[in-house]
Design a protein around this ligand. Structure first.
Ligand SMILES: Nc1ncnc2c1ncn2[C@@H]1O[C@H](COP(=O)(O)OP(=O)(O)OP(=O)(O)O)[C@@H](O)[C@H]1O
Length: 590
């Protein structure tokens, strides 16, 4: 818990522009609203900004950044609103990376932003070839057994994909999650042993990363790592940041990574005013290193605590449900409108959405799902059944030709981004197929032309086997790709359609009406259907423990996105559970 008793404020309260603060409140309380008003207040009344200094406002996603910029309107140019990664890349990594480039073998000239970390088979092999413990690897994990047995290699890849950085009192260390050194295929599980294999490979994780850095490739997690290294080793960078940004405000702080929090702690000692805003019960990004304790534990000298007790978003019926699952706060409704009773639909999720449509008429409906595949199935309203596994993961396992499968995946990603009108990112994604073109301008132009062409043919390949799409790629993207001639790849390329793969794509910053709960964080909609895949998911309502169970927090975030109407879709419901649920919900069996 915060050390001081928080002062209760409203979402339109004005507080002093100076000093460190923490604002905590439940969903829909008006945290983001308050932050925007506070920024305007600081711009008007602060004596620290002069003509050229700015306020840094850190948001969790690019969508949240855009929303804040829009709400700031004409004062937006005095505020740098961005994600922490974008901020640190621009203000720390880009200008100062040369200081540590030699030590980390970073090719600064080739650096061009930061990306997801998809371990490359070629790079893993190169790493093993040069690994200092290569000769000490013993059966059943010798070099050859790791490289030549596809299951071992896939498990190794999963393990390397889990690489992250951990902050300790001694500094930052690179770590991989041993529980991820697993590959499951056709019901059989391959797990690399810790002592006999992983402990030996573990000694050179930084060496693995350097293979990417040599090519100028940075992964998202590397941005925090390098920024922390630079700031702690060259404190003048901190001085410059403080001079440029006397105010640092961070929204959704409950999902902050410990390294990011430490950077803020370093910034927040003198000269800078740090403000954090969040809700610990909405901490849902543990898998990305977030630690919900961090919000309460964050300490800076004379930090003042505030809380907003209201809920301005939802109707009373919805706030009743929210209050029933939460024990640490009780939200007061501000709108004071009773609203319609939330409904639980028991049965098929598509039937549930049809029923919701008949109630909501032309009012837009958001469907919020726990996983990507369900969200994408909703998005496409496919008649075909939802794939039982993630086909994008499967293609990586089943198609041994790395160039071919990467071309397929990059291009599907690009097309699906473009279909959401996110052209800049779509061009960036399809450009990955043309990395050998060194002139960036030419590469971009070709990427644009190819993407336009593939989009114009969309109707022709979308419901055809993936093979049809691949033939187009061979014709238009890269004629040297090897043909799919037999074995597992051919079975895969003929068994699944383009559309079935497209539903498995994970789009960052998805702003459609059908998305995962994670991607709906911070957003709100008039009508929400939360899609539960199994009855057991209802525990977050029947026996909630938000502060200890992340799964419960995820569904809590889902139901709290709605302003007017709330619906939950669940495949089955035992009658014994109905009595409790009927307290807040109507139950309709489809
Ligand atoms: N003082 C206010 N006057 C008018 N509308 C307000 C006010 N405060 C908040 N709102 C509205 O209430 C809704 C919820 O506000 P906001 O999104 O800022 O909440 P939040 O606390 O950030 O929510 P969450 O944590 O759930 O994302 C928004 O529609 C916002 O515009």
């Amino acid at each position: 818990m915060p050390v001081t008793t928080p002062t209760v404020i409203q979402s339109d309260s004005i507080i002093s522009p100076d000093g460190h603060f923490r604002v905590s409140a439940g969903p829909g309380a008006g945290k983001t609203y308050w932050l925007v008003e506070h920024i305007k207040n600081v711009l008007q009344h602060s004596g620290n900004l002069g003509k050229s200094k700015k306020i840094a406002c850190i948001t969790y996603t690019n969508i949240a950044a855009d929303t804040i910029v829009r709400r700031l309107d004409f004062v937006a140019e005095r505020v740098e609103v961005s994600t922490i990664h974008a901020f640190l890349y621009k203000h720390v990594i880009k200008p100062y990376a040369t200081f540590i480039a030699a030590e980390y073998e970073l090719n600064v000239g080739k650096m061009d932003g930061h990306d997801d970390h998809f371990p490359s088979g070629k790079k893993i092999k190169y790493w093993l070839d040069n690994h200092p413990n290569r000769t000490t690897l013993a059966s059943p994990y010798t070099y050859n057994q790791l490289v030549q047995r596809p299951n071992n290699f896939a498990a190794l890849k999963n393990w390397l994909e889990s690489i992250s950085y951990q902050l300790t009192s001694q500094g930052i260390f690179i770590v991989a999650d041993n529980s991820k050194a697993v590959h499951i295929t056709n019901g059989s599980t391959t797990r690399l042993a810790k002592q006999a294999c992983l402990d030996k490979l573990d000694t050179a994780l930084l060496g693995y990363k350097k293979i990417y850095w040599k090519d100028g490739i940075l992964h998202h997690e590397d941005v925090l790592f390098f920024a922390h290294k630079l700031i702690t080793r060259f404190p003048f960078i901190l001085t410059i940041l403080k001079a440029k940004f006397p105010y640092f405000f961070i929204d959704e702080f409950q999902d902050t990574n410990p390294i990011q929090a430490d950077i803020l702690r370093l910034l927040g000692d003198t000269l800078v005013n740090v403000g954090i805003i969040g809700d610990k019960a909405q901490s849902i990004y543990k898998f990305q290193g977030a630690d919900m304790k961090q919000f309460d534990d964050f300490k800076l000298p004379a930090l003042k605590d505030f809380m907003i007790a209201d809920n301005r978003r939802s109707t009373n019926s919805i706030i009743d449900v929210l209050n029933s699952v939460r024990s640490d706060i009780f939200q007061k409704p501000v709108r004071q409108e009773q609203g319609t009773r939330p409904i639980i639909y028991v049965g098929d999720m598509t039937a549930a959405v049809t029923a919701v449509k008949s109630i909501c008429g032309t009012s837009p409906i958001a469907t919020l799902s726990r996983d990507n595949i369900t969200a994408n199935t909703m998005k496409r309203q496919l008649n075909t059944s939802t794939p039982s596994s993630n086909l994008i993961d499967d293609i990586f396992d089943l198609d041994g030709d790395s160039k071919r499968r990467k071309t397929v995946v990059y291009t599907i990603n690009a097309i699906e981004l473009a279909r959401q009108k996110r052209f800049k990112e779509a061009i960036k994604e399809i450009s990955k197929n043309f990395r050998e073109i060194t002139d960036k301008g030419v590469r971009k132009k070709i990427a644009f032309l190819k993407l336009s062409l593939l989009l114009s043919e969309y109707e022709a390949y979308k419901s055809q086997p993936l093979l049809t799409f691949f033939q187009l790629l061979k014709q238009h993207i890269n004629p040297s790709l090897s043909r799919v001639t037999g074995g597992k790849p051919q079975i895969f390329y003929t068994a699944f359609t383009y559309e079935q793969l497209a539903v498995c794509v994970s789009i960052q910053d998805d702003n459609s009406l059908n998305r995962t709960i994670h991607k709906a964080k911070g957003d709100e909609f008039d009508n929400v259907v939360v899609i539960l895949k199994e009855e057991a998911n209802l525990t977050f309502l029947l026996n909630p423990s938000l502060l200890t169970t992340e799964e419960h927090r995820i569904f809590y975030v889902g139901i709290s996105r709605t302003r007017e109407r709330l619906f939950i879709s669940v495949p089955t419901l035992d009658t014994s559970k109905e009595t409790k649920l009927r307290h807040w919900f109507d139950i309709v069996r489809l």
